[in-house]
Design a binder for this molecule. Structure first.
Ligand code: DGL
Length: 270
């Protein structure tokens, strides 16, 4: 049993999409979330920059005495998971890609045609292809980077014709040309537009990395006997820029009023 908090982080608000699963499945767990809203998006940045930013956030979470770090961001997982595990060898670190790839390998058969949508950095890394090959060598996926989605989502442009047109711009040909019947949302921001995707492409089977990373946290805590016995305090949500859109989005994702949430500002020297 371990009552210390779990540290979650993302380049912005995307990682928040994992939090409702944790709150539902593991209500005793205390969460410290860090969203680097001042520097988002990470997906079009270099591996070195993403790694440097990830170290700064992880150092901060480490200073908060977290029992586990959760990289609720595929881009950071693809670029910095190994480096983070090396630097914090005494803290379990859960990333998004293995759990999602494992689930993809289970729910899709070699006859299926799943596609991956993600940031440029995640697609460029080839991490999903590699992991899926490990879990199911006969399953093939094709990938598409969708770099305009994260900035629109961070701005709250979701239930909007602009979002639908952007999705169609990326997905119409990708789905048709590859004859896809499934879509892996390989970015934790994308569940926020899953409803749009379902409405535009109702026949696709959709898999979300946000849910899978949350399920992996539950599994790891249980396996290592690290579940919290009781709630040790309130959840805290740090952001490097407390813009109105961050506050609106956090309310929307968690379904709670900002007054009920412990939202704090914390940035880093660059
Ligand atoms: N939410 C992040 C992910 O899962 C990335 C967003 C970004 O480009 O910063 O990849």
């Amino acid at each position: 049993m371990d009552n210390r908090p779990i540290g979650f982080f993302d380049s912005g608000i995307g990682g928040l999409t994992s939090i409702p699963y944790i709150m539902r499945e593991l209500p005793n767990e205390r969460i410290i979330f860090y969203g680097d809203t001042a520097r988002t998006p990470y997906g079009s940045k270099s591996v070195g920059t993403i790694r440097d930013f990830a170290f700064q956030i992880a150092d901060f979470l480490d200073s908060q005495n977290v029992k586990m770090m959760v990289i609720a961001c595929n881009t950071i997982t693809a670029s910095a998971l190994d480096a983070l595990r090396e630097r914090y060898s005494n803290i379990p670190i859960v990333g998004c890609i293995s759990p999602t790839a494992r689930k993809a390998a289970r729910i899709f058969s070699p006859e299926d045609r799943p596609g991956l949508i993600a940031t440029k950095a995640t697609v460029r890394s080839g991490a999903y292809e590699q992991k899926i090959r490990e879990y199911n060598p006969r399953l093939r996926i094709c990938s598409k980077a969708c770099p305009a989605l994260v900035p629109l989502i961070e701005e709250g442009i979701i239930k909007s014709e602009i979002m639908d047109l952007t999705l169609k711009h990326y997905l119409d040909d990708f789905i048709k040309e590859n004859d896809l019947n499934g879509l892996i949302l390989g970015c934790t921001h994308y569940p926020l537009v899953a409803e749009n995707i379902r409405r535009l492409y109702p026949d696709l089977k959709i898999l979300s990395s946000s849910k899978e990373v949350a399920m992996a946290v539950k599994y790891e805590l249980e396996k290592n006997d690290m579940l919290a016995g009781e709630r040790s305090g309130e959840n805290t949500f740090f952001a490097s820029d407390l813009s109105d859109s961050f506050v609106n989005m956090i309310e929307l994702i968690l379904g709670q009023d900002k007054e009920e949430l412990n939202i704090k500002f914390k940035n880093f020297e660059i």
